[in-house]
Design a protein. Structure first.
Length: 121
């Protein structure tokens, strides 16, 4: 079983797809990692040799991933909230940050719809 950055990669998936299970690695970065590590993208994770796994580990160590990346994102959000930027205010209120409309969607962030001024449905 391949374990990279304390994450077990799924055995039956291709290496490129399996790497995307690591937080911070998407399809393009997984392709880049496989190319740099000289590992074929079509090999299944269960068929990897120890040398290939070590090559993938050394390539993933070059990037900020998993816990460090999550911590960095959280710190960026906290900084925006502290300086009082528009995005920080939206984060504090639990509203969408990137300009989405809120009248119909974003119920998961805002909660149940509220009745306004005894408006009948």
């Amino acid at each position: 079983m391949a374990r990279i950055k304390n994450i077990d990669l799924p055995k039956d998936k291709r290496v490129v797809v399996g790497l995307t299970y690591i937080y911070g690695i998407g399809p393009s970065r997984a392709h880049e990692i496989c190319t740099n590590a000289k590992v074929s993208e079509d090999i299944r994770v269960k068929d990897l040799t120890e040398e290939q796994i070590n090559a993938l580990r050394s390539e993933t160590d070059k990037y900020v991933l998993v816990g460090d990346l999550k911590r960095e994102v959280e710190m960026n959000i906290k900084t925006k909230m502290e300086i009082g930027s528009y995005q920080g205010v939206r984060h504090k209120k639990g509203l969408p940050v990137r300009g989405q409309h809120t009248s119909r969607n974003t119920r998961t962030r805002k909660g149940k719809p509220k009745t306004i001024a005894n408006k009948k449905k």
